[in-house]
Write a protein that binds this ligand. Structure first.
Ligand code: GSH
Length: 240
């Protein structure tokens, strides 16, 4: 059984999609990062970086439980464990890895910073907004170029790279990314949303969000964007 200790953010959803696609038995354990639950000692044992998602595979390598952090590594692990969505052919496998890393090192951090400076920063900093918004648009162009030539992000096979990228691109309309300007991307996005596992993920993500909002009623949120406080929270939680 795979325990997914997480929240349905884009990084959480990519693992949920993989779990739904593979048919592995799994269960979601809600970790509310707005309440600071990522600093709980039991969560830090799974994810020392105090970030969701984390998994615990009760039947890991060698038959013993195994825990992991970092969503890209988790996708790779689940791909190897099941032999699914990670091509066997060497060239295709490396293609999938390239595009998975493109998401982990490019799309995730850049879209994340754009979201932060557009919606959450305590002061409006035009330089930061321009930097990350322009970079996000450039990354949509990279995807559109690739998807104009290939059915899936890493080529002709649906892989963990598609699952990693899709949840991050749901806000494409707000960025003016549409059929006219990005036809390759839009064709792929619709193909993703036609997949039953992706549809199940999206429904489940809404349900988990509602459940977490209810559980958070009356509880005080942390200022999760205060990086100084976060460093102190981690120090307190780990006793250093
Ligand atoms: N590279 C990590 C990034 C994970 C990440 O940034 N998770 C965010 C939510 S999407 C988080 O847990 N934030 C909590 C915090 O900043 O304390 C991964 O892909 O797993």
């Amino acid at each position: 059984m795979i325990e997914l200790h997480s929240s349905p953010t884009p990084n959480g959803q990519k693992v949920m999609i993989m779990l739904e696609e593979t048919g592995l038995e799994w269960k979601h354990f809600d970790v509310n990062i707005r309440l600071g639950e990522q600093f709980r000692p039991e969560f830090l044992r799974l994810s020392p970086n105090n970030r969701i998602p984390a998994i615990l595979d009760t039947d890991g390598p060698g038959g013993a439980p195994y825990s992991m952090m970092e969503s890209g590594a988790i996708l790779f692990y689940l791909g190897e464990k099941t032999g699914k969505f990670l091509p066997q052919d060497a060239r295709k496998r490396y293609d999938a890895m390239q595009w998975l890393m493109f998401q982990m090192a490019g799309v995730g951090p850049m879209f994340g910073q754009a979201n932060h400076f557009n919606n959450y920063a305590k002061e409006s900093i035009q330089y930061a907004k321009d930097r990350y918004n322009n970079e996000s648009i450039r990354l949509y162009r990279v995807l559109d170029n690739q998807l104009a030539k290939n059915p899936w992000v890493a080529g002709d096979e649906y892989t963990i790279a598609d699952m990693a990228i899709y949840p991050w691109t749901k806000g494409h309309k707000d960025r003016g990314v549409d059929e006219a300007g990005y036809p390759g991307f839009m064709r792929w996005f619709k193909a993703m949303e036609a997949r039953p596992a992706v549809q199940r993920n999206n429904k489940l993500a809404d349900e988990i969000r509602a459940r977490m909002a209810k559980a958070a009623e009356g509880k005080a949120p942390i200022d999760m964007f205060n990086t100084q406080d976060n460093a102190q929270r981690l120090s307190r939680a780990t006793g250093h």
